[in-house]
Design a protein around this ligand. Structure first.
Ligand SMILES: C[S@@+](CC[C@H](N)C(=O)[O-])C[C@H]1O[C@@H](n2cnc3c(N)ncnc32)[C@H](O)[C@@H]1O
Length: 367
């Protein structure tokens, strides 16, 4: 594609006039059902969103993480507001949501339904607002440093001509300990330039998709901790005319959700033992962390230094206790006591530290 302005203009035209509702999409890229079943509270929040907003939802995943009560949330490329309104219900009246989008028609639908949802959720005043702007230049939209606890985005970063700028801006406006939790389309190979020039393929979230390796590089370069994959779903590039040239070029796509944490600098933490307290709403027994790791209530696990920092600095800090992990050499008497206490219990066999990862007695692992 030629330059940033023409990409922005083409995408605005695509979402502003070419398509009117999600059934107009030519591919399923911006309309993939997530692979993770959300908890009831999230399903209820989604179900309470107005029909016109639902019919113009172009997301490719579930961008609503756990533990959002009271948070200040930013949605990058909020479209007609589907995720913003659902999150507006979940954060409660003391939380707030800001949606940023560059396309007038999308914003107009979102703004039209602010009052409806405020009333629907029984709030005395609105807790969601929509702002016109580019996600690569959040400063121009008036967003200051360190303002948000959580950033979400659903099928938008791929549409940007400058993905690193988007991540850099997201990092800037997040508070320390904050998180970017977002779904997007990723490719196994860079899409050839002649296909990138196809306005429809770009608008449908295909031609602009980055590789997951690019995401890892950009995230690290702007300061985020290692991206944590939450879920991944195969994505079909729709009709023959679209699918054939891509297949011929050996290009495949997935819709994936990642979480990126903004951690404060400082000495890297040692491996330590973290113990989930079971106090996150909807997750009394087990808290999902990413695609590989879950924390079971009351089952301490030995985690990597980076996971220790995430637990310490993020909104999850009050959901865990952290203590020194067992060091080598291990006390054989203490080991026996632990083994006896945990055999047959919820935690399974005695826990052990694994180099470079997190091993819970159940399924948890990390990188
Ligand atoms: C695929 S739609 C997704 C909309 C919404 N997240 C949803 O799930 O329904 C992409 C949206 O991102 C917006 N968008 C794309 N690139 C953008 C950019 N660089 N800055 C601001 N908004 C952008 C478009 O206007 C459009 O509303």
């Amino acid at each position: 594609m030629a330059d940033c302005d023409s990409i922005h203009d083409n995408v605005k035209d695509y979402y502003g006039s070419v398509i009117q509702k999600n059934t107009d999409l030519q591919t399923n890229a911006c309309n993939v059902a997530g692979s993770v079943k959300p908890p009831l509270s999230v399903r209820n929040a989604i179900a309470s969103v107005h029909d016109e907003v639902v019919s113009t939802f172009y997301g490719c995943g579930l961008t609503i993480p756990s533990h959002v009560e009271g948070l200040r949330v930013l949605d990058l490329g909020s479209g007609t507001g589907m995720d913003c309104f659902a999150i507006s219900k979940l954060v409660g009246e003391n939380g707030s949501v800001v949606g940023v989008d560059m396309t007038d028609n999308q914003l107009a639908v979102a703004i039209k339904y602010v009052g409806y949802h405020t009333k629907e959720f029984g709030y005395s005043k609105k807790n969601v607002e929509f702002v016109k702007g580019y996600i690569e230049k959040l400063g121009e939209a008036g967003l200051q440093d360190n303002q948000f606890d959580l950033i979400v985005s659903n099928c938008v970063v791929n549409l940007s001509p400058d993905k690193k700028a988007v991540l850099k801006e997201a990092y800037r406006v997040l508070k320390p300990g904050g998180e970017m939790y977002f779904s997007d389309v990723y490719t196994n190979k860079v899409v050839p330039e002649h296909l990138q020039k196809d306005k429809m393929l770009w608008g449908e979230c295909i031609a602009g998709a980055m590789t997951w390796q690019d995401l890892v590089s950009f995230a690290g370069e702007v300061g985020f901790a290692t991206p944590r994959l939450v879920s991944s779903t195969t994505m079909e590039a729709g009709c023959e005319a679209v699918a054939t040239p891509l297949k011929e070029a050996g290009i495949r796509f997935v819709s994936a959700t990642y979480r990126l944490f903004k951690l404060t600098a400082g000495a890297p933490a040692n491996r330590l033992e973290v113990n989930y307290l079971g106090n996150v709403t909807d997750y009394p027994d087990e808290l999902p962390f990413d695609a590989l790791a879950k924390f079971k209530k009351g089952c301490p696990v030995n985690v990597s230094g980076e996971v220790v920092q995430i637990v310490r600095q993020s909104r999850y800090s009050s959901a865990f206790t952290i203590k020194d992990a067992e060091e080598c050499p291990v006390d054989p008497f203490k080991f026996l006591t632990t083994a006896q206490a945990s055999s047959g219990g919820c935690c399974g066999p005695p826990k052990q530290a694994v180099s470079g990862g997190l091993l819970s007695p159940s399924t948890a692992t990390s990188h």
